[in-house]
Ligand binder design. Structure first.
Ligand code: GLC
Length: 552
């Protein structure tokens, strides 16, 4: 554990957390789908990479209508991934090599296969079974129109009509995501009790934290009004409602009821909160609520010095009053891989603008993604790494359309390419698919891997000191040893236009050049690491360097 944060047991304040999408990490049983045994066999890789914790996207029983974010049973591991006993062993083994485990909880909705929802469908309108969800009669003649016209996070409608027992059209139910993900009604005591129980179930198994899916969406205005044109704070009928804070205070009490001085230490709550208003965002991070939340503002910014600096300043300024650490996130299983994104003319990210066939310059993208890795690892707070980013994997955009199963693709009629492109099975070794992801002789992986990934395998990169993997390993090693890095203050240094330069502690400087030409390095006694060679002692375009400077 890191010395600085370990001192008071606040391990999450500067942890490096690696996101595992279990379907695509490593497949031990040869069915072409990643599994827990696969992860267990690669714990050495994660230890050598230098991560402090792993976050698993949902590994529970699920029909996989949305990659596992449609949960049928939180207390059962999906058989594609393994068993509960294997999960328990994995949590223990990971901790034995110094890696904590974070699991995903999806409180906004369940799978339409969940026993509660099946019971609700079988029961009559107005029944207690239906009261855990949002069943409503339709509007208009014969109830043929949806109760609201709220847009879905996944394109398309947010209501699906049910059939009565006699086959006639019945009530509608709300789903902010796909039809297979009915929203729960969080004013119902069963819903709250069940989730509190799920938290205890996993904390009791040695899990160190939960990532809360769609954390700002749970509570809805019970009157179900339409969305106002310009909703003020707390006025949106399904996002960021004030009642949410009470739910998370309850969760925090549960997390805090676990001893901080025994493995795995303090249990933490991490929110997936997409809110443009950073002041509203940090309200979830007040001392009696969540510990941290993903900083999507930073992720979404284009590769532009002024934009990134503005995001860093706004993030730190907003976090300071609540005392929560910032997080730095370059990607996850929902967004375009950084190598591809940063190679585009429009290098910011937004779901709305995601289109197939946007040209990208892969060399430029890699160069910038390397610099972005050093920038994000040097900023104050904790760091998230999505599996495969440490290998510099690009978005796989040439996937056959028939293989696309993401509801974002299916529900948008193909306008949105979906998220499979960042979920392709990892290449571990060898010169042809499955690149060691599956054992030899495996027929096919659940998504195909591009043949060119032969150059990006872990084995290939381990043999190359100039690889992305070598850069990540070196960066995380330095980050762990360097007293100024992780949690703590930062200080901007004056720099030329398009250059970000800041000090961390008395003797560490990070400098990133996003300007079109090379710049002189600030004064230093040694170069600790750089994302590209530094010819003539200058910092080229799209390059970052970590420098040792004289102590002040
Ligand atoms: C979150 C997840 C995403 C999922 C959605 C619905 O945004 O990260 O993968 O589709 O929630 O659960």
């Amino acid at each position: 554990m890191d010395e600085r944060a370990a001192r008071d047991g606040q391990w999450w304040r500067d942890a490096v957390i690696y996101e595992i999408y279990p379907r695509s990490f490593a497949d031990a049983d040869g069915d072409g789908v990643g599994d827990l045994a696969g992860v267990r066999s690669r714990l050495g890789y994660l230890r050598d990479l230098g991560v402090d914790a792993i976050w698993f996207t949902p590994w529970y029983l699920s029909p996989m209508a949305d990659g596992g974010y449609d949960v049928t049973d939180y207390r059962t591991i999906d058989p594609a991934f393994g068993t509960l006993a294997e999960a328990e062993e994995l949590i223990r083994d990971a901790l034995a090599v110094g890696i904590r485990t974070i699991v995903d909880v999806v409180p906004n909705h369940v799978s339409d296969q969940h026993p509660w929802f099946q019971a609700a469908l079988a029961a009559a309108p107005g029944s207690p079974e239906r009261a855990r969800f949002w069943f409503r009669p339709g509007c208009g003649p014969g109830g043929g129109e949806m109760p609201t016209r709220w847009p879905s996070m996944f394109a398309g409608d947010t209501w699906t009509r049910t059939k009565n027992a006699d086959g006639t059209p019945g009530e509608w139910y709300l789903h902010l995501f796909s039809t297979g993900q009915p929203d729960l009604d969080w004013s119902h005591p069963d819903v709250r009790r069940e989730h509190e129980d799920v938290l205890r179930f996993w904390f009791d198994r040695g899990v160190a934290g939960v990532r809360i899916d769609s954390a700002a969406l749970l509570v809805k205005d019970p009157a179900l009004p339409e969305i106002p044109a310009d909703p003020g704070p707390g006025e949106h009928p399904n996002t960021d409602r004030d009642e949410l804070h009470d739910i998370y205070r309850g969760w925090r009490e549960i997390a805090d009821s676990y001893p901080a001085d025994e493995d795995p230490g303090r249990r933490i709550l991490v929110g997936e909160i997409w809110l443009p208003d950073v002041e509203r965002f940090v309200r979830y991070l007040r001392p009696d609520e969540l510990h941290t939340a993903f900083n999507f503002d930073f992720l979404a910014r284009p590769w532009d010095a002024a934009q990134l600096r503005e995001s860093i300043d706004a993030t730190l300024a907003a976090h300071a009053p609540v005392g929560a650490p910032a997080t730095w996130v370059l990607s996850n299983h929902d967004v375009t891989r950084p190598v591809t994104r940063y190679g585009r003319a429009e290098s910011g990210f937004s779901f709305a603008a995601k289109r197939a066939g946007t040209p990208t310059d892969p060399e430029l993208g890699v160069r910038r993604a390397r610099a972005a890795a050093l920038l994000s690892a040097a900023l104050p707070g904790s760091l998230y790494i999505y599996q495969g980013d440490e290998l510099g994997l690009p978005e796989f955009e040439q996937l056959d359309d028939e293989l696309r199963q993401d509801p974002m693709y299916l529900r948008s009629g193909g306008r949105d390419p979906g998220r499979e492109g960042c979920r392709v099975p990892l290449p571990w070794a060898g010169d042809r698919p499955p690149f060691g992801f599956s054992p030899p002789g495996t027929q096919a992986t659940w998504l195909p891997q591009p043949a060119e990934w032969a150059a990006l395998t872990v084995a290939a990169q381990e043999a190359d000191p100039g690889s992305m993997l070598a850069l990540y390993r070196a960066a995380l090693r330095i980050r762990r040893d360097e007293p100024g890095l992780g949690d703590g203050p930062m200080e901007w240094l004056s720099s030329a236009d398009g250059v970000l330069a800041f000090r961390r502690g008395p003797s560490f400087t990070c400098v990133v050049n996003l300007s079109p030409g090379p710049v002189t390095l600030p004064g230093h006694t040694a170069v600790l690491l750089s994302s590209a060679p530094l010819p003539n002692g200058e910092l080229p375009t799209d390059t970052a360097a970590w420098l040792r400077n004289e102590r002040e």
